[in-house]
Design a protein around this ligand. Structure first.
Ligand code: NAD
Ligand code: GLY
Length: 380
């Protein structure tokens, strides 16, 4: 199976994303081919991913002439993405490489949590050391490993402490998805559906396919050609958006936040009981209902979105409990797009199209949030 290369075109900060199967055993050579000639590496991962993939990463680095490879683990999942772990990782990096002259290559082996935290660490250690993303979840493959947003959660707010810091290279070995839990694979599908929903009608249609079976099912079955094709499409879409608005200043990058205003708030308010993509799936349902109530999109978009999310066995709502609605509304006020007392919503206007809307009446926002909080009957 051929490796696909997608270039993220950011002038002096440009880098390639390599997408394929069984790439980690050849990682050392890939680094050399892409101009990374360090001889020391600091690998941030977690216990689960490290147990599965660190050895093959280390072996391949040594084969390519790395003399020292230090591994540092952070806790798995969102609980690892905080200031204490960020600080602990900086301390471990300093302890391993105390001399100013010895600059290691930082390698981030894991999902979005490792990638977000590790990219932040690499960006501030000695005012920046080079790093490479090695995404091992579908979500990190299609989204978080590309684009340079790196951050940790702080003070109960998601991603509030962070910087823009582009990797030198992304090596996306899709074979690692074989060990990912079904739940995490489906979580990544939410971001894939997001790209189709607001960035590319043809991707959305490809996911839908014919007679209830399309690329979505082939991806969930880990069919290598489909995975490579769709991951590459998503990375191309993201690279295109990031190239136009790298620092999130022009409003263009907001498209990537479809479903995230209510989704992030719910993710936080539900104390991270939801995987990131699950929260985004629910957030996309809420945002689409908001678009419907504003007359911005047709009911058929909602039913097509709902059908795809159901086929990926993603949740469409979350069990309500006392105080949750109010917590979600409060958390929405911490959103980076909250300004002048209002949220800016990224809303679909048709398959593959979107619009941002600032002055949405509160009663419509409340109704959209309530629409995804259900009295727990077990129906998703
Ligand atoms: P994650 O990093 O928490 O990984 C999910 C789980 O899968 C973890 O328990 C991890 O140990 C396990 N895992 C990872 N790879 C595995 C593998 N190959 N085999 C077995 N287990 C494996 O979750 P995620 O969904 O990858 O990332 C979510 C994070 O990404 C969130 O914090 C979110 O805010 C962030 N994110 C960032 C961006 C960005 O642009 N920076 C974009 C989207 C999401
Ligand atoms: N995931 C949102 C962004 O990269 O802008």
């Amino acid at each position: 199976m051929n490796t696909v290369r997608v270039d993220v075109d950011l002038g002096p900060r440009s880098y390639p994303v390599l997408i394929g199967s069984e790439l980690l055993p050849g990682l050392g050579n890939l680094l050399r081919e892409h101009g990374l000639h360090q001889t020391q590496a600091f690998v941030i991962t977690n216990a689960a991913v490290g147990a599965l993939y660190f050895e093959r990463v280390e072996a391949s680095l040594r084969e390519a002439g790395f003399l020292r490879v230090v591994r540092h683990d952070i806790p798995a999942s969102e609980e690892g993405k905080n200031w204490e772990e960020f600080s602990g990782s900086c301390a471990a990096l300093l302890e391993a490489f105390p001399e100013t002259g010895s600059v290691p290559l930082v390698l981030l082996l894991g999902g979005g949590v490792v990638g977000d935290l590790g990219g932040f660490v690499a960006g501030v250690f000695r005012r920046g050391v080079p790093f490479v993303q090695l995404p091992t979840t579908l979500l990190s493959a299609v989204d978080s490993s590309v684009g340079g947003k790196v951050a940790v959660n702080f003070g109960g707010v998601k991603n509030i402490m962070g910087i823009f810091n582009q990797p030198r290279l992304v090596v996306c070995d899709l074979s690692t998805l074989a060990t990912l839990s079904g739940r995490e694979l489906r979580s990544g599908m939410a971001e894939v559906v997001k790209y189709g929903g607001v960035c590319s009608g043809s991707l959305f249609e490809q996911l839908e396919g014919d007679h209830g079976r399309g690329a979505l099912e082939n991806m969930l079955a880990l069919d290598p050609p489909t995975l490579t094709d769709i991951v590459a499409q998503c990375v191309r879409l993201k690279a295109g958006v990031v190239a136009q608005d790298e620092f999130d200043k022009k409003g263009i990058r907001n498209v990537l936040n479809f479903g995230h205003t209510i989704g992030h708030a719910l993710e936080l308010s539900a104390d991270y009981a939801l995987a990131h993509g699950e929260a985004i799936a629910i957030g996309m349902m809420a945002a689409t209902r908001l678009a419907l109530s504003l007359g911005l999109c047709e009911p058929s978009f909602l039913s097509r979105l709902e059908s795809l999310l159901r086929r990926a066995a993603l949740p469409l709502s979350h069990p309500d409990h006392p105080g949750l609605f109010e917590r979600v509304l409060r958390a929405m006020q911490m959103d980076k797009k909250f300004k002048d007392g209002k949220n800016l919503f990224v809303l679909p206007t048709g398959v593959g199209a979107w619009q941002q809307v600032q002055n949405v009446p509160w009663d419509l926002v409340h109704a959209a949030v309530r629409s995804v909080l259900r009295a727990d009957t077990g129906d998703r």
